[in-house]
Design a protein around this ligand. Structure first.
Ligand SMILES: CC(C)(COP(=O)(O)OP(=O)(O)OC[C@H]1O[C@@H](n2cnc3c(N)ncnc32)[C@H](O)[C@@H]1OP(=O)(O)O)[C@@H](O)C(=O)NCCC(=O)NCCS
Length: 330
């Protein structure tokens, strides 16, 4: 058997093979993360991968003329302010080979050459959290983690101490209006927390804070709150998930922000609020909750990752601008 791996450009004849490999990848992750659930998601993969093959950049790996893997990036993006890049979504790779690290290494080498020839500097790649060989290949290749996607099964209880001095409630929109000032203040604290060391997100996209407040009034968003002495001291929100493969799953929802007033932190209130929200969500027939958070935020990591399971990471790498375009041998 010839062990040589040969990479070729994306070819529509192999869309079905890629769909199968992407599905196998997902199924592999569900073995470690049962909360993800198993669905008939073939139509999702077919439509997404067809688009990737039509408009994207990537490679298919062959061994003995059989496809053993693929890696695909969406069409190169240009934000207009000088950032040109390419993103490989979570459904943008699949490997059918015992040597996953080696196959992804070959695929990335070939795909990255073309991406850099097209002056794309900012690379983003989504990888399953338990795909360790693939993850290692990127980490060793100077990629670093940026965000993670986590999920929990709402049937799993969140351990939390009784908080009898506190009142937990789901707010209706009249109450969100009534507590406008407090909601904005809590949200301001969150943004400030994200702006300072060690996170350093500028959060300009979330400013002015008053505009974000309007989102809390949306009918899609549920707000779970905790009060102490009639004062709002914490909030957590849920809204339809923006995780692509879960959008059509009527039993899935997303959670966005969580914040506890700073002088109330560290004594189990966040956990108690999450437990309250989890129960409320469970009672309305939701089985799965998804959260995306920045791995750069140690508090978010400590909090979300304690109660949820990581199933994906977004890895990023900036290529030296001097190396973009066609590099000629010297
Ligand atoms: C995250 C936050 C809501 C947690 O609320 P809290 O009441 O302090 O949390 P709890 O006391 O219930 O802690 C529950 C678990 O969260 C984790 N956690 C809480 N604070 C943490 C911190 N500063 N660093 C790391 N992990 C932390 C721990 O795993 C903790 O369990 P443990 O005490 O058994 O170790 C609160 O710290 C906060 O509002 N932080 C600022 C905003 C933020 O970072 N939000 C997350 C991003 S959206």
């Amino acid at each position: 058997m010839n062990r040589q791996i040969i990479c070729k450009p994306l070819d529509p004849n192999y869309i079905e093979a890629a769909v199968e490999m992407a599905q196998e990848n997902y199924d592999l992750e569900t073995q470690s993360v049962t909360a993800l659930g198993r669905f008939d998601n073939r139509a999702f993969y077919q439509s997404k991968i067809k688009k990737l093959f039509e408009n994207g950049i990537g490679r298919i790996a062959f061994q003995n003329n059989e496809p053993v893997g693929f890696l695909a990036f969406n069409q190169i993006f240009n934000t207009g302010n000088g950032i040109i890049g390419a993103t490989s979504p979570l459904y943008g790779y699949g490997i059918r080979n015992e040597n996953r690290g080696k196959v992804i290494g070959h695929l990335f080498q070939a795909a990255a050459a073309e991406i850099c020839e097209k002056y794309a500097r900012s690379l983003r790649i989504n990888v399953y959290a338990h795909d360790t060989e693939v993850l290692n290949m990127y980490i060793m290749g100077a990629f670093s983690m940026d965000t993670t996607e986590v999920v929990r099964n709402t049937a799993v209880k969140i351990p939390s101490a009784d908080k009898n001095d506190f009142i937990f409630a789901e707010l209706d929109k009249t109450q969100v209006l009534e507590y406008r000032k407090d909601v904005i203040e809590l949200y301001r604290n969150l943004i400030n927390h994200l702006r300072v060391s060690p996170i350093f997100y500028h959060c300009n996209g979330f400013l002015p804070i008053e505009d974000r407040y309007e989102d809390f009034l949306s009918e899609d968003m549920r707000i779970f709150a905790v009060f102490h002495n009639n004062q709002l001291v914490g909030m957590i929100d849920s809204e339809p998930t923006d995780i692509e493969f879960a959008k059509t799953d009527s039993k899935a929802i997303g959670m966005g922000d969580v914040f506890i007033k700073s002088n109330y932190r560290g004594c189990g209130l966040g956990a108690a609020l999450l437990a309250f929200a989890n129960n409320g969500i469970r009672e309305s027939g939701i089985d799965r909750v998804f959260v995306t958070h920045g791995t750069i935020n140690p508090t978010a990591r400590g909090f979300w990752d304690k109660y949820f399971v990581n199933y994906a990471y977004t890895m990023t790498r900036q290529i030296d601008p001097e190396m973009l375009g066609i590099i000629k041998a010297i």
